[in-house]
Design a protein around this ligand. Structure first.
Ligand code: CA
Length: 232
């Protein structure tokens, strides 16, 4: 099951943008336009994997929401990413004192926010041991637990979907993967909303991002794809 991100933010346009981008990265989302609603949603079972929390909210402030999340044993371990306005230096500090795990300053780039979210989840997910699953294949190096990828020692950024696709390919090196199988393994339960041509589009983008390692993914005409058995 993909990670669930709860967005607590009163700017509706920003909520829409965040939801759109998080979903595109493979996350599930929930959103609340004020702190009360946000706290209610945070109490649900299973709880969200991360809360993106605006500081300036109508009613209960972001700081107060943060404190209450930390006080309640059902929500105390949920990582919190604070969204703060520029120049709120004091609030940043207060945010950490209230128990936030990290913050981004508005206006932020969506890519930056996604990187922070991924980094927090990587740090806080139980049972994930970094450096335990580093895979090297030709010019490609992949940290399966840390969700990091390097081409010729240069780190590249993959979306969650692209990373899952690459990991799926690597686990089944040398085996042909049909588009349907990839849909099922990479997109999982939501596969019915994804078209097989989406698989092709993602493979194309993944290949481009992999650069010199892109050639390891071979097209098997009429069937699907195959990750090479050996680099050369
Ligand atoms: Ca606000």
């Amino acid at each position: 099951m993909s990670d669930l991100v709860l967005i607590i933010e009163d700017e509706e346009d920003l909520v829409t943008t965040l939801e759109f981008n998080l979903k595109r990265e493979g996350y599930r989302t929930l959103s609340a336009l004020d702190g009360e609603k946000g706290l209610q949603l945070a109490m649900q079972t299973p709880p969200p994997d991360l809360v993106a929390l605006d500081l300036m909210l109508p009613g209960i402030s972001g700081i107060e929401v943060c404190r209450r999340l930390r006080e309640n044993e059902r929500t105390q371990d949920i990582p919190i990413l604070m969204l703060t306005a520029r120049g709120e230096e004091i609030d940043k500090v207060v945010g950490f004192e209230a128990g936030a795990d990290d913050y981004v300053v508005k206006p932020f780039k969506i890519r930056e926010l996604l990187l922070r979210i991924r980094a927090i989840l990587r740090r806080t997910k139980p049972g994930q041991k970094p450096d335990m699953a580093i895979l090297v294949f030709g010019t490609l190096k992949v940290d399966l637990n840390g969700h990091r990828v390097w081409i010729s020692e240069q780190e590249i950024f993959l979306t969650a979907i692209e990373f899952r696709m690459l990991a799926t390919f690597l686990k089944r090196k040398g085996q042909v993967q049909s588009r349907d199988a990839l849909l099922n393994d990479v997109w999982g339960v939501n596969a019915f909303v994804v078209q097989t041509r989406t698989v092709d589009a993602h493979v194309k983008r993944l290949r481009e991002k992999l650069g010199s390692a892109g050639k390891y993914i071979e097209t098997i005409r009429g069937v699907g794809y195959r990750f090479k058995d050996a680099p050369e």
